[in-house]
Design a protein around this ligand. Structure first.
Ligand code: NAD
Ligand code: TDX
Length: 371
């Protein structure tokens, strides 16, 4: 299917990675047709696609992946040949407080989509050139000790949070639809992403926004939990490779080869933010409460807080399968990725203020009322 024009259904395309993917895809495959299906939860934001929606070839549908008839109708009527499935509840802390929505969206929602694809592609159209690509996480493999090797595609599943358990369940359903019904599926299990449009409840954007306000930077436990960081466009490029040349029925692990413990990561982020204030004096006027505005250090805001229950100690991904089979190599190193992420948040203050206050809903109502 490599060179033919595709018609993609992108679920969760108004969220962090989904929106980056839609931008990536428009840029790299400008003649493809994209239909974005998104429920616009607190994490989904139509502003993230605003610059693309007036162009040809992108349609936005406000709807829920649990709604199987809606998904069937879209796949049938828009002649979708590829589903890129990002939609999910994605924040571990929220899954601890309220797991139910995670089961509904991540498990039942994924199953509804699988059923819709099977019905239209296999039962009705007997369409061989289809693909269901499932975007999943390294968290399904559980937690590593410091000396254990990185997760491979053969690592046993051992999810520890309601979030990772719900993603694990969805991964198993995707696999089952390949083996049982012949649905042409692929899955990527990716490590921690960062970059533009990241909702400021996740570690990196939260630390940036708090530091700009001079608020404490809450570090869970001893701060020595390790994550493997990947700039979001590298994740999009990995999905592109899998959609173009991946083998149906295969799972690919995707990582940045960039393990850092949280304190080290936050320290680097703080140094880069302070550096931006030294280079750009206008920031001192815009963010008067930031320590860097008065010659202080953002890192002085670090505050150790109670640990997250079931907090996985370490994730690390072995990406050798996708590297050797499809040539995937991350392009953006951590320092460059963090610098450009900081620049994006500094340039998009209106965006993060709006999403954090919920004010973007007013913006959507104003801009899309007539459509
Ligand atoms: P996000 O929370 O930023 O965005 C999720 C999107 O899904 C939002 O636009 C939301 O409105 C939409 N959505 C939620 N429930 C829906 C429903 N029932 N129907 C339709 N749309 C719905 O998430 P993200 O960080 O962009 O993650 C995207 C995917 O990537 C998820 O499947 C997640 O598990 C996976 N993933 C994320 C990371 C990461 O570091 N963020 C790493 C690996 C894998
Ligand atoms: O305030 C915080 N303080 C803190 O110490 C927050 C929000 C997080 N942390 C720690 C917890 C983790 O060790 O930072 C690390 C990263 O936390 P999150 O940003 O919440 O990400 P994580 O729990 O690792 O999960 C992320 O990566 C895998 C995404 O949210 C998932 O959707 C993805 O599957």
């Amino acid at each position: 299917m490599k060179s033919q024009r595709r018609r993609l259904l992108v679920t969760g395309g108004a969220g962090f990675i989904g929106a980056n993917f839609v931008h990536y895809w428009r840029h790299h495959h400008p003649t493809d047709e994209l239909v974005v299906l998104d429920a616009l939860t607190y994490a989904g934001n139509r502003m993230n696609l605003a610059d693309l929606e007036s162009a040809q070839g992108l349609e936005f549908i406000h709807g829920d992946i649990v709604d199987q008839p809606l998904a069937e109708r879209l796949i049938r009527e828009r002649e979708i040949d590829t589903v890129a499935h990002f939609a999910a509840e994605s924040h571990v802390d929220r899954s601890i407080v309220g797991p139910d929505q995670f089961i509904t969206t991540n498990v039942l929602g994924t199953h509804s989509l699988l059923k819709a694809c099977r019905k239209v592609w296999i039962e009705e159209k007997k369409q061989h050139g289809h693909r269901f690509h499932h975007i999943s996480t390294d968290e399904v493999y559980g937690s590593l000790e410091p000396d254990q090797p990185a997760f491979t595609e053969d690592s046993p599943y051992a999810p520890n949070s309601p979030y990772s358990a719900s993603k694990a369940a969805s991964d198993h359903l995707v696999r089952a639809y390949f083996h049982t019904y012949g649905l042409q599926v692929t899955t990527t299990n990716c490590s921690n992403n960062y970059g533009p449009y990241h909702f400021p409840e996740k570690l990196i954007p939260l630390m940036i926004v708090n530091a700009l306000h001079g608020k404490p930077l809450p570090v869970y436990g001893d701060g020595r939990n390790v994550r493997d960081w990947l700039y979001v466009t590298d994740h999009c490029a990995a999905i592109d490779l899998v959609l173009s040349a991946g083998t149906p029925g295969t799972t690919y692990n995707v990582g940045g080869d960039c393990e850092r413990d949280n304190l080290t990561l936050i320290g680097l982020l703080c140094d880069l933010l302070d550096d931006a204030f030294v280079r750009r004096r206008d920031l001192c006027r815009r963010f008067r409460d930031a320590p860097a505005a008065c010659g202080g250090k953002s890192a002085d805001l670090i505050a150790f807080v109670k640990d997250r229950p079931g907090h996985d100690r370490r994730y690390a991904i072995d990406s050798s399968l996708i590297r050797d089979e499809l040539g995937f190599v991350p392009k953006v190193d951590l320092e460059r990725g963090l610098r450009s992420t900081i620049e994006w948040y500094l340039a998009n203050e209106a965006w993060w203020r709006a999403v954090m206050s919920g004010a973007y809903r007013d913006w959507v109502a104003r801009n899309y009322a007539a459509r």
